[in-house]
Design a protein around this ligand. Structure first.
Ligand code: ZN
Length: 155
């Protein structure tokens, strides 16, 4: 196992064991949106508090594999407090990470260094592109967030 893999594993396990923004928000006013990944049995419920175009608070509950739950935690700490435009940008970037990088990993399987700098902890999830069945686990949180924004309506 490379140092990269080791580091990523630690980041994912840390979020799995100590999930950020775990819990519920009163709904309404918060938006409640559910996500389910039948391939793995992962399920999450996201609560989004949106005020004046800002995702001012986000809480999540759910259960499932370590990748899905760690991804929830990482997603929530990435988007909390951001404007909806920034949130949409983050969703787009993450989905790109899960698709594009399958072909841009270096030959030795390690991600290019630039990704670490721009994506921070999220780069840890890049490792799952090597295991296509886990991609749905990693993207569940983001798809659910995206669904929530769609429910909320256009900006
Ligand atoms: Zn899963």
């Amino acid at each position: 196992m490379s140092n990269f893999d080791e580091l990523y594993r630690e980041i994912i396990l840390d979020h799995y064991r100590s999930p950020r923004n775990r819990g519920e928000l009163p709904s309404p006013p918060a938006l409640r949106v559910e996500g389910f990944n039948p391939l793995c049995g992962d399920e999450i419920v996201a609560y989004l508090q949106i005020d004046d175009g800002v995702l001012s608070d986000i809480k999540l509950t759910g259960q499932g594999c370590s990748i899905s739950q760690a991804s929830c935690s990482m997603m929530s700490s990435t988007v909390k407090g951001k404007t909806l435009d920034q949130v949409r940008e983050a969703i787009k970037n993450f989905k790109q990470l899960m698709t594009v990088h399958a072909t841009t990993l270096q030959e030795n399987g390690q991600p290019v260094e630039a990704d670490l700098r721009t994506l921070g902890e999220l780069a840890a999830l890049q490792g799952v592109v090597k295991f296509p069945v886990r991609i749905k686990c990693a993207t569940l949180a983001w798809n659910t967030l995206s669904q929530g924004l769609d429910d909320y309506g256009a900006p």
